[in-house]
Design a protein around this ligand. Structure first.
Ligand SMILES: [Zn+2]
Length: 493
């Protein structure tokens, strides 16, 4: 990947530098806005990472940058996401921040989905401010722009009709007051009282009520809010996915609203493409194709997550391969990061062989010729965890290993012929505790040749009694990583 590394060691991809170059002088406010109506998946993370890369490029240029994650917590629930009880139908139209957590573990529905994402951002050590829209409304951050929007209701309606080619309802208002039922949708705004920063409205049953928009008693409709938010937060850059930038989409309406109603310059933009999961399709909470950032952080370090999610160019569609292609991705990542090289596939073998025993892993790596990787034992422990988690969750069957228990090994051996059993007995007698991988490999091979046994059948016997498979990782280093007892116990047939 084309990139530069700045003084703090942060990698700035070339595309992000180009985007930053196209933005004017600062100070800059870089924002990424995401709905919290369901799981915030790795596809959503792509948007935040695009924004982060541009924010870093601006910082590198010496600009002052405020980097914001705007969580749409006040938005009304629109539909029931997969896994949410049907009884939640009653909350449709209510603010996500005002709906109970479906699993009861957080203070609201919004927090249930937002908190795990926030934790992932923290784990990635992202220099980002997380803002909750319900809190911004309650603190009065949107009071000015809300008043302005209501005053310009007719112009906003005109823009919406023009751009979307849809006729807006007669009583359309840019503002959605919250009724005493908790519902935001379906109210009719009757009067604006700018001095009291409130509106009078008729609720679902026609009863009159009022809402104070300086205290979060309602919100702007989503399309108007987008433009209003740019002004209220002073946004200078925001990335968007193609769902927003299509013709007649929310950026088309927001651009005109910003220029014609709010008199605020349209922020710089970057259109990113979606990512999919190889073999499963585009990521989508509503279709249940969900890969969470924390799933990724279980199998690779944060900077590898950045690399795999952004890809070479986030303007292009890309399928993440967490299965067969993943070891190669990790090898490329480590090589680029200048880390001591151990092929990821080998780490996966080691991790599955030694379990949680880091010292045993270090011995196995030293014997395999990867001693450099054992200098930082904390890092090694972490890398082994990544490898083990990957093996458990994503590895193709051919890479999944488990040393057979002695009884299962006996059972597997009963399917070998006499020649193969005799071969294993002889290998067992020749092996020594301090042999390294190459030496063991040599013993395995020469013993087969001397006995007139075809190497293919010899090695098949080895894999059969150790792993219950007909093939596996390179046998010499694998056996060298086991204790001599573990091997002789299974070879002395
Ligand atoms: Zn929860």
């Amino acid at each position: 990947m084309e990139h530069h590394v700045n003084e703090t060691g942060i990698r700035i991809p070339a595309w992000a530098e180009r985007v930053a170059d196209s933005l004017g002088a600062g100070p800059h406010v870089v924002v990424s806005g995401i709905s919290v109506s369901g799981n915030i998946h790795a596809g959503n993370l792509r948007e935040v990472l695009v924004a982060e890369a541009v924010a870093n490029a601006l910082r590198q240029r010496g600009e002052k940058v405020r980097f914001i994650f705007h969580a749409d917590t006040i938005d009304p629930l629109r539909k029931i996401a997969p896994g949410i009880p049907q009884s939640y139908e009653e909350y449709i139209g209510h603010s996500l921040s005002h709906i109970p957590d479906p699993e009861g573990c957080h203070v609201s529905y919004a927090e249930h989905f937002l908190v795990p994402f926030e934790e992932a951002l923290r784990e990635m050590e992202m220099d980002i401010e997380v803002l909750r829209s319900h809190d911004l409304y309650e603190r009065g951050v949107y009071t000015g722009v809300t008043s302005e929007a209501i005053e310009h209701t007719e112009e906003l309606r005109g823009i919406l009709q023009d751009v979307t080619n849809r006729k807006m309802p007669e009583h359309w208002s840019p503002y959605l007051p919250r009724a005493s039922s908790g519902k935001l949708t379906g109210m009719r705004v009757l009067e604006h009282l700018p001095e009291q920063s409130s509106v009078v409205f008729a609720d679902e049953d026609g009863w009159e009520d009022s809402a104070d928009y300086s205290r979060g008693e309602g919100k702007l409709g989503w399309r108007v809010e987008l433009a209003a938010r740019w002004k209220a937060l002073g946004v200078t850059f925001e990335p968007f996915g193609k769902d927003h930038t299509s013709r007649g989409g929310s950026t088309d309406t927001a651009d005109r609203m910003a220029r014609e109603v709010f008199h605020f310059p349209v922020p710089g933009r970057y259109e990113y493409e979606w990512i999919g999961l190889k073999g499963r399709g585009d990521m989508s909470s509503s279709r249940g194709i969900v890969l969470l950032p924390k799933d990724l952080l279980e199998i690779m370090p944060p900077d590898a997550v950045r690399r795999i999610i952004l890809g070479r160019d986030p303007a292009r569609r890309f399928d993440i391969d967490l299965e067969g292609g993943f070891p190669r991705f990790m090898d490329e990542y480590r090589a680029e990061a200048g880390e001591p090289y151990v092929p990821f596939a080998h780490l996966v073998t080691v991790a599955q062989t030694v379990g949680e025993d880091v010292d045993a892993a270090a011995r196995m790596l030293r014997r395999g010729g990867y001693g450099e990787a054992t200098r930082d034992m904390d890092k090694l422990a972490q890398d082994l965890r990544y490898a083990r988690n990957w093996a458990g969750e994503w590895a193709p069957e051919s890479m999944r290993l488990g040393l057979l228990a002695p009884a299962a090994s006996q059972e597997a051996a009963s399917r070998l012929d006499d020649e193969q059993r005799a071969y294993l007995r002889e290998v067992s007698a020749r092996l020594g505790a301090e042999m390294d991988g190459d030496t063991v490999q040599d013993v395995l091979y020469t013993t087969a040749i001397e006995r007139g046994l075809k190497p293919k059948r010899a090695f098949a016997a080895v894999y059969r009694v150790l792993l219950g498979k007909s093939s596996g990782p390179k046998a010499g280093p694998f056996i060298a990583g086991l204790t001599l007892d573990q091997v002789t116990e299974r070879f002395s047939l």
